[in-house]
Design a protein. Structure first.
Length: 147
């Protein structure tokens, strides 16, 4: 079997406790270890929190979809940055109620209409992280395009 095919269908992740609090190291097959922790007093703030990783996952999933589409349209991508801000609920579970994403795209030949179309396709079909969050979290996307 092809390793790339396997990875797209099945992901295997593992974590291992490092201390007597909530500091873990985590790994997905074939990738580097990452540090995962929680804020004090439960953790020691020695790594990413689970919700921080979720924001990174959504941002990179959306960014990957956007760039794949724009490149397929033969657009020139000079740079792409995505920042994400999650607002948590006050009551438990204190999950995100809103996630705001801001895309800063540098492209001399991408129009606002094209990026809006690509965002819609990403939301509706091609970003699995967004699909899992949809209906549970309000996701707001804004962008700027610089030539």
């Amino acid at each position: 079997m092809n390793r790339e095919t396997d990875k797209s269908k099945e992901l295997i992740a593992s974590i291992r406790l490092l201390n007597n609090k909530l500091h873990f190291e985590g790994k997905v097959d074939g990738n580097e270890l990452i540090s995962i922790d929680y804020t004090p007093p439960l953790g020691d703030n020695l790594g990413y929190t689970s919700l921080e990783l979720l924001l990174l996952s959504l941002s990179s999933c959306l960014g990957s979809a956007i760039l794949a589409f724009l490149r397929k349209m033969q657009k020139t991508i000079v740079a792409c940055e995505i920042s994400a801000k999650g607002i948590r609920r006050e009551e438990h579970p204190t999950c995100f109620k809103t996630i705001s994403l801001f895309i800063n795209l540098s492209s001399p030949d991408t129009t606002s209409e094209e990026l809006t179309k690509v965002l819609k396709l990403s939301e509706e079909t091609y970003c699995p992280v967004w699909a899992m969050l949809k209906g549970n979290v309000e996701i707001i996307v804004n962008y700027s395009i610089n030539s």
